[in-house]
Design a protein around this ligand. Sequence first.
Ligand SMILES: *[C@@H]1O[C@H](CO)[C@@H](O)[C@H](O)[C@H]1NC(C)=O
Ligand SMILES: *[C@@H]1O[C@H](CO)[C@@H](O)[C@H](O)[C@H]1NC(C)=O
Ligand SMILES: *[C@@H]1O[C@H](CO)[C@@H](O)[C@H](O)[C@H]1NC(C)=O
Ligand SMILES: *[C@@H]1O[C@H](CO)[C@@H](O)[C@H](O)[C@H]1NC(C)=O
Ligand SMILES: *[C@@H]1O[C@H](CO)[C@@H](O)[C@H](O)[C@H]1NC(C)=O
Ligand SMILES: *[C@@H]1O[C@H](CO)[C@@H](O)[C@H](O)[C@H]1NC(C)=O
Ligand SMILES: *[C@@H]1O[C@H](CO)[C@@H](O)[C@H](O)[C@H]1NC(C)=O
Ligand SMILES: *[C@@H]1O[C@H](CO)[C@@H](O)[C@H](O)[C@H]1NC(C)=O
Ligand SMILES: *[C@@H]1O[C@H](CO)[C@@H](O)[C@H](O)[C@H]1NC(C)=O
Length: 434
Amino acid sequence: MNGNSLVLLPLFAIICLFSSESVATEDCSIYKSDLNIISLNPFYVRTQYYPTITSAAWDGVQITAFLIKNDRNPSSNIVCLKNLTTLTVINTNLTLTADIRNLLNLTRLVIQSNNETIGEHLPAELGELALLTYLELVDLGQLKDIPQELKQLQTLKLNGLPNFENISENLLSLQTLQIQNCKNFTQLPSTVNQFKLLSSLVITETNLNTLKLNDLSYLSAIQVSKNPQLTTVTLINLSFLSVLDLSMNLNLTELTVDNLQKLYSLDLSYCQLEIFPETILKLSSLEILRLQYNRLTSLPEQLSTSLPKLKVLYLSSNKFQGQLPLKLPVLANLKELYLSRNQLTTLETIGQYQQLSILNADFNNITAIPMEIMQLLLTLQNLDLHQNSLTSVPYQMSNMAKLQTLNVQLNDITYQEKQNIQQVFRQTSISVTL
Ligand SMILES: *[C@@H]1O[C@H](CO)[C@@H](O)[C@H](O)[C@H]1NC(C)=O
Ligand SMILES: *[C@@H]1O[C@H](CO)[C@@H](O)[C@H](O)[C@H]1NC(C)=O
Ligand SMILES: *[C@@H]1O[C@H](CO)[C@@H](O)[C@H](O)[C@H]1NC(C)=O
Ligand SMILES: *[C@@H]1O[C@H](CO)[C@@H](O)[C@H](O)[C@H]1NC(C)=O
Ligand SMILES: *[C@@H]1O[C@H](CO)[C@@H](O)[C@H](O)[C@H]1NC(C)=O
Ligand SMILES: *[C@@H]1O[C@H](CO)[C@@H](O)[C@H](O)[C@H]1NC(C)=O
Ligand SMILES: *[C@@H]1O[C@H](CO)[C@@H](O)[C@H](O)[C@H]1NC(C)=O
Ligand SMILES: *[C@@H]1O[C@H](CO)[C@@H](O)[C@H](O)[C@H]1NC(C)=O
Ligand SMILES: *[C@@H]1O[C@H](CO)[C@@H](O)[C@H](O)[C@H]1NC(C)=O
């Protein structure tokens, strides 16, 4: 059923009368149906909804979803689609006016790349749309804020807003907040700890300077990364938080965490840390810790007793020298240890890691694999020691029952010795790279 072309002609006269910008409020009484309304756009509107091209969801009576993409001059009568629940405008030049208040059924609004027509502020009347819970704003050059009146949102996603400064203080129903690539954004509202339903927070590539969150009991994931001005992060009493990504914050110097009972993954990679933040020792449920690409030279003694559940530890590309950086007793449950690109010279104490299945220590200066490695007979699966200073490999390792791969490329092993190693390991299922 395609009624567009039928109604287009008789209503053509109306478009000329009512599309004038000087009319402050759209007169919606002149339209017979939703189909009449969308037919007045100066471009083809499919009446079956496709999520990637200009189209509308029409059920024979009403339009419930409308997407305009890459089509200029959309008709301002869009605000007469009273049953619209989803509106998406991408790279159009639609202007949002106070008339947006007509769309009482609107639940989702997405505005992307409407540079010329979305100015510094959105209409306050958006606050009157009680059902509007999802707002996504992308690539808008001038927008500075969202209206204080907008209190009902559950999801707010902002991306590529170079002039954006503040989110509203009143977003007390917010569950998901994403602020990405907004260079003028420097601070969350002081009321953020009253956003009690917040469950997911993403802030990347902004100039946020401080993150202080406490007592948000639904918050389960935080990704706050690539914020070069971020110096201080304080997270307390986030009882549901399980994943915390603070990577690539080059100025992060003050980290305070406490009472994060469910936290199992912490990412502090690429943060230029010179000293291990002692506060991490309070995260007793931690299972995965990423600290690669920092400038650490040592780890605290208490690490193994404070983080008893740690299974995966990334320490690659730091400044550890000589001995393995973990003090005895070592982490009893550690399964994966990544130590690439440090300046280690020995693997002494490696036999203590009772659960270790992956050890990666390539690009170091390790001179020998100690015989105690045989204590990992039933756990070690992958050993990568390429680019070190080994002169051989213990032949006994051919008996390591779980070992699948052994990489000792680019060491100081002579041609003759490589032949010997090959001879021994050829009979096993271990894949050796020499
Ligand atoms: C939208 O773009 C068209 C074509 O570029 C232009 O003629 C029109 O004035 C623009 N409308 C608004 C509201 O900016
Ligand atoms: C469509 O919108 C009209 C006007 O607001 C309303 O009376 C009607 O109940 C709506 N229809 C549905 C199915 O929501
Ligand atoms: C649309 O809004 C009207 C008036 O608020 C309401 O009665 C109706 O149930 C809504 N329809 C939908 C599909 O939400
Ligand atoms: C919108 O503005 C942004 C930043 O000012 C710019 O990068 C982007 O190319 C513009 N998009 C359009 C469609 O003009
Ligand atoms: C950001 O804010 C500063 C002043 O606070 C202003 O001068 C600048 O134009 C804003 N926009 C961008 C893109 O930096
Ligand atoms: C919004 O941010 C700017 C700059 O960060 C600040 O000066 C202003 O007070 C903030 N406004 C509100 C309402 O928080
Ligand atoms: C870190 O912060 C200082 C002081 O605010 C600033 O001068 C410096 O540029 C920041 N570093 C980076 C990598 O942005
Ligand atoms: C954290 O919770 C404890 C106990 O529930 C409470 O005493 C303390 O004030 C809270 N701290 C913060 C910063 O909210
Ligand atoms: C490895 O150790 C040797 C001798 O101790 C030293 O000459 C060399 O510079 C070291 N290489 C690296 C990459 O540290």
